[in-house]
Design a protein around this ligand. Structure first.
Ligand SMILES: *Cc1c(COP(=O)(O)O)cnc(C)c1O
Length: 373
């Protein structure tokens, strides 16, 4: 049996053709026709007016925070159970992440905890859709309206997922995506900011390009930004991948359904599998996560799978338990029991588009059986 990696991307469409076009025409930098093409096509797909392609999803978050003028003295409400990128963007901007715990079923931020965390310093709610199901957006939108807060939507795991028939990535004042190779579509490294506000989009473009003044004198800057530009090579991949996104989503859902069927016996053994659907969305299974009954059992099953060359990844580690933030004096004595439980007991199985739904999933299931029978 060959190893089953936790992710393998599929690059079987027009990727090579479009990349060849870049090489043959010499357009390989962040100038070049694929960039605006990718920005236009992806923003249209999500239903937004403007797209700004950048070098990765974390860069998109840095720009989003700065473009909304969030800085020292400001607070941003976000989940503690997330990848570090959104929290890092807020902290490096000099603002304070204010954390909320997770919902036990969807693993997303518990939106009922948001309103209690609002203070006079709160500027924004940063939602992060986790693993396959979106955050329950209606209450978030209502709270944001009532308290005049901005919404930053991290949709890096949600390409093509919908909330009540509207695309994820269409809800934030600014929304962001990542195109890392384990996302639904990839550009190798890459990301995009989406919004409907022309001025905001222009500001994002300026921030990704060292704050060169688009109309001012060259090499004279009145603000600091970053070089977060995407290359034409990356955008060429993006255009080719986007052509295949609908098929990729079908494949992810088929993977989820196959795992659900094959692993349903785990529920009787105290394991939690992903929710298949809520009243607002059907799971897109960016990754197929599993929560073991306790940490010891998780470690046992993960090392058994590793020995059988089945790739796994642990769940995110909570922001309030990050050594880097603790050293900065952040989140002292804060406790978020549900998120802590997910972080300790959760892991995910091979979830890439290259997974063989018959052979690989059967092998993975047999491994669970042999350990837990
Ligand atoms: C992948 C991811 C990011 C970061 O994207 P990169 O392109 O890897 O920088 C941010 N947020 C979430 C939720 C992600 O899954």
């Amino acid at each position: 049996m060959n190893p089953i990696p936790v992710n393998t991307p599929l690059l079987n469409g027009n990727e090579l053709k479009y990349l060849t076009e870049c090489i043959e025409t010499g357009w390989i930098s962040s100038e070049g026709p694929f960039i605006s093409k990718f920005e236009q096509q992806f923003s249209t797909y999500i239903g937004r007016d403007y797209g700004v392609a950048v070098s990765n999803g974390s860069a998109a978050l840095d720009i989003a925070v700065k473009a909304l003028n969030i800085g020292p003295g400001d607070e941003v409400i976000m989940p503690t159970f997330t990848i570090i990128s959104p929290a890092q963007s807020v902290v490096t901007a000099g603002a304070l992440p204010v954390l909320v715990d997770s919902d036990s079923l969807t693993w997303n931020m518990d939106v009922t905890q948001i309103e209690d965390k609002i203070t006079s310093r709160t500027k924004a709610i940063l939602v992060v859709h986790i693993y396959g199901l979106p955050v329950d957006m209606d209450p978030v939108i209502e709270i944001a309206k009532k308290h005049q807060l901005k919404i930053i939507e991290d949709a890096a795991e949600m390409h093509g997922q919908t909330y009540k028939d509207k695309m994820c990535g269409s809800f934030g004042d600014i929304s962001i995506f990542s195109f890392y190779p384990n996302k639904h579509i990839t550009t190798g490294e890459g990301g995009m900011l989406l919004c409907n506000d022309k001025e905001l989009a222009e500001r994002c473009k300026k921030l990704r390009n060292l704050c060169f003044e688009p109309n001012g004198p060259r090499f004279v800057h009145d603000e600091l930004g970053w070089n977060y530009r995407m290359t034409n090579l990356q955008a060429a991949l993006g255009v080719a991948q986007l052509e295949q996104l609908e098929g990729f989503i079908e494949k992810k859902r088929a993977m989820g359904t196959t795992y659900q069927k094959g692993l349903s016996f785990l529920k009787d053994k105290g394991y939690q599998l992903p929710v298949e659907k809520t009243n607002f969305s059907e799971n897109i299974y960016w990754v197929f996560g599993i929560v073991a009954p306790n940490q010891a059992e998780k470690e046992k099953i993960v090392s058994h799978l590793t020995e059988s060359k089945i790739g796994t990844r642990p769940f995110f580690w909570c922001m309030h338990e990050q050594p880097v933030f603790q050293k900065m004096g952040l989140f002292k004595n804060e406790k978020y029991p549900m998120a802590e439980k997910l972080a300790r007991n959760g892991f995910y199985l091979p979830s890439g588009l290259g997974l063989d739904l018959i052979k690989d999933v059967k092998f993975i299931k047999d491994n669970f059986y042999s350990l837990l029978k």
